[in-house]
Design a protein around this ligand. Structure first.
Ligand code: SF4
Length: 302
């Protein structure tokens, strides 16, 4: 992928963007690759030479890289930072770089930094739990040590003090430690096997010139259709509903009207996968009119 610099960003940031902090080493899959949809992974490999990203659009990736550098400097006793572990299962090598391992006598606590939104912290992020548990699986396999906890250190980039005072469910500070459910080794191993099999299917599809496995709604970050209760003279919805009948009732009460906001596959429409221009699934969904509409940006919760 070519990193462009269309806005005269200083070269130091450009070279930071070009350095590959997430190199998987000599592995078949990194944990990040295993967790990403096989279709996205295959298309990225196929079109890597044609992919472009401007450095000015990489703010949060750059901040992530900067944090890795800072984390390495901030060594504390008993903490292992930025360690990459490798393991091989049925001939397939998987690697993962763990941000922090706190090594106590009764086991290791695994933590990972994430620059994220308040919305993400307030909602379930299954991929966080999956990623941290694969790291735990790597640690148990390769270090023969117990893992006692897996957690995310969320650095909330849009944290707002007012919201924290007003809302019960809002994170109370801009840095939040989130403890995740710790899976058993067997459960994780089964999950990893499933992911490897899904990616092998993608590889075979390319080899035999067949259609790649489709991205699921979850992979495509599909937002369901919403029903917005609007009022004359207001730009924003009074309230968003999942159910049209409930929206109509509320609109009657408020003397407003209902606007339908069609569902949207955010990862595709926003090209967050980076390969939407080469994706036949996205083209077909577009042709069928599935990717239009959606919740207005100002009404999105993240
Ligand atoms: S455009 Fe959508 S369907 Fe296609 S690879 Fe990207 S996320 Fe998957």
């Amino acid at each position: 992928m070519e990193i462009t610099n269309n806005h005269g960003v200083p070269e130091t940031l450009v070279s930071l963007a070009r350095r590959d902090y997430y190199s998987k080493g000599k592995a078949d899959y990194s944990v990040t690759e295993l967790l990403s949809p096989p279709r996205v992974q295959r298309l990225r490999k196929l079109y890597n030479a044609e992919m472009k990203q401007d450095v000015s659009q990489m703010l949060w990736q750059l901040m992530g890289s900067a944090l890795h550098v800072v984390a390495e400097r901030g060594q504390a006793e008993g903490h292992i930072t930025e360690e990459r572990l490798f393991t091989t299962m049925n001939g397939v090598t998987v690697s993962g770089a763990i941000d922090i391992q706190r090594d106590d006598a009764d086991g290791i606590t695994i933590s990972d930094y994430k620059f994220t939104s308040a919305w993400a912290v307030m909602n379930e992020k299954p991929e966080w739990e999956q990623q941290q548990n694969i790291y735990a699986w790597l640690v148990r396999r390769e270090k023969k040590r117990d893992v006692k906890a897996v957690q995310i250190i969320a650095l909330i980039r849009d944290w707002n003090r007012r919201e924290a005072e007003r809302r019960e469910d809002y994170p109370k500070a801009p840095i939040q430690v989130i403890n995740l459910r710790l899976w058993s080794q067997e459960e994780t191993e089964q999950f990893v096997r499933g992911r490897i099999a899904a990616h092998n299917t993608g590889k075979l599809a390319i080899a035999f010139d067949e259609e790649l496995p489709l991205c699921t709604d979850e992979d495509r970050w599909v937002r369901e259709t919403k029903f917005a209760v609007m009022k004359q003279g207001r730009k924003r919805a009074l309230k968003l509903f999942d159910n049209e009948d409930e929206a109509k009732k509320f609109a009657e009460q408020e003397k407003g009207y209902v606007e339908t906001r069609n569902g949207e596959a955010i990862r595709c429409t926003g090209d967050y996968c980076g390969v939407s221009q080469w994706c036949s699934q996205y083209r077909q969904a577009n042709a069928a009119g599935d990717e239009e509409g959606g919740v207005r940006p100002e009404e999105r919760q993240e």
